[in-house]
Design a protein around this ligand. Structure first.
Ligand code: SAH
Ligand code: SF4
Length: 432
């Protein structure tokens, strides 16, 4: 069996820098979630082959880079899979799991079987949950979103922020307001902020750089950008300014369905942007919407193959929420159970990825975010947008306002672990 090492750095930005340097020496790496037993210094580690250990150490010395450590990566037994294979010997379900287990890609019809067959749903869910536990552990990462502008030049057919929606009161937050919201997140013990907006070029390159730089300086928060499509140069400048993650959903990997939902976007351009982001050394988030017109289990299965081929690190899966004043207002809402099966299959098939239990799930059913956490998801997002703007960030109707208390309740209800930095802050506020 191939043996690997795991390099763990002291921060996400250091990890991305080290990874870039290692790749420049033609050493291939995978960025994977750090299993719980290696501590929680940085949640993403660099996996490389043990044959390259000497070269990696030499490079780090040469660069005088002080990292947290390099550890032999224990081969995983994946007890959950072994147990499932034992319990379900010789049936179709176990044949597919075994294929995934030994690194083979299941056929499209096998992935569709997993997505569609209600009789195997419970087994799929419990296996995905077990895998999440073995790969990542019990801690649920909490990120905070600042939705800083609802002005958008695009007209995506599902989204309430689309430019033709003239029923919406539009807003832009100032740099100062964004910094205050970021500071509040930091004081809660949260470590990552997502800066999200409509496609709003009022925030030009230098304004976004100013926001990134000031947040990094004043709070040290890790920054995920979700600004829609920008130029390659801008992605590069934002990365250099200190943004480490970029979230750009493909929504569907089917070119026709994509074209139908996105009057202003081109599928191949979107794919090109995702490739640029990877190339520029971002940790890349993407994902899909479950319930777009024309979508089938087969196209969803293809989405998962797409995420795998693209090496996407974070995959957000959310049901479609039909929204007033959009062309999709009368469509049926996305199926919650199909969304959960997609999350579970993603954990099983892609394994070493981060998966949020999305706000869209929480919006369709108050318990659905918890269900997401129980079938393979390991992240939650809370909304840190100031109260006066929140209702106007209406990408979809009745968007559930998930705050820290809701997130903590979801974590407790699912018997998972609250990040230590948040527990420390809560104790500090209680006693300090
Ligand atoms: N403008 C940026 C970020 C804001 S939209 C962008 O488009 O990337 C963020 C995400 O909200 C979208 O990627 C989409 O997946 C989701 N979204 C928007 N409207 C939705 C709806 N009606 N139902 C479900 N998800 C929706
Ligand atoms: Fe704009 Fe993003 Fe909504 Fe599309 S999904 S209309 S780009 S905010």
């Amino acid at each position: 069996m191939e043996s690997n090492y795991l390099l763990i750095c002291n921060s996400t930005n250091q990890m991305l820098q080290a990874n870039k340097l290692i790749n420049q020496r033609n050493i291939s790496t995978d960025l994977i979630p750090v299993p719980a037993e290696y501590g929680n210094i940085c949640n993403t580690g660099i996996r490389f082959s043990s044959e390259k250990l000497y070269l990696v150490k030499e490079l780090l010395n040469e660069q005088e880079m002080l990292v947290h450590g390099i550890f032999p990566l224990k081969p995983r037994r994946y007890e959950g899979i072994i147990q499932a294979l034992r319990d379900n010997a010789e049936n179709k379900f176990s044949k597919i799991i075994n294929k995934i287990h030994i690194g083979e890609v299941p056929t499209l019809s096998e992935l569709v079987y997993m997505l569609d067959t209600e009789q195997v749903e419970e087994r799929l869910f419990s296996l995905a949950n077990k895998l999440r536990e073995e790969i990542i552990g019990e801690e649920v990462e909490i990120r905070g979103a600042i939705e800083f502008s609802n002005i958008c030049k695009k007209n995506c057919n599902y989204c309430g922020l689309r430019r033709s929606n003239n029923k919406l009161l539009r807003y832009r937050m100032s740099v100062e307001e964004i910094l205050i919201a970021a500071q509040e997140l930091s004081e809660m013990g949260i470590k990552t902020v997502i800066l999200q907006s409509g496609e709003d070029s009022w925030y030009d390159t230098s304004t976004i750089v100013e926001i990134i730089t000031k947040i990094r300086q004043q709070t040290g928060l890790k920054i995920t950008l979700s600004l829609g499509e920008r130029t390659k140069e801008e992605y590069e400048i934002f990365r250099e300014a200190g943004a480490s993650n970029y979230l750009l959903k493909i929504e569907t990997s089917d070119e026709e369905i994509f074209a139908q939902a996105h009057p202003d976007d081109d599928f191949n351009t979107r794919v090109k942007h995702l490739k640029w982001l990877k190339e520029l050394g971002y940790l890349v988030g993407s994902g899909n919407i479950i319930g777009l017109p024309g979508q089938t289990s087969e196209t969803i299965a293809k989405d998962l193959i797409f995420f795998r081929n693209m090496g996407i690190h974070m995959i957000g899966i959310g049901p479609l929420i039909p929204t007033a004043n959009t062309p999709y207002s009368e469509l049926p809402q996305g199926d919650i159970n199909l969304s959960l099966r997609t999350i579970a299959l993603t954990r099983l098939f892609l394994r070493n990825v981060f998966i949020p239990a999305t706000t869209a799930l929480a919006t369709l059913h108050p318990a659905a975010q918890e269900w997401g956490l129980e079938v393979g998801a390991n992240k939650l997002m809370i909304i840190a947008t100031p109260a006066k703007y929140r209702a106007a960030y209406c990408i979809y109707d009745d968007k559930r306002f998930v705050d820290l208390d809701n997130a903590l309740t979801a974590i407790r209800n699912t018997k998972r672990k609250i990040p230590q930095t948040i527990t420390d802050q809560m104790l500090y506020h209680k006693h300090g």
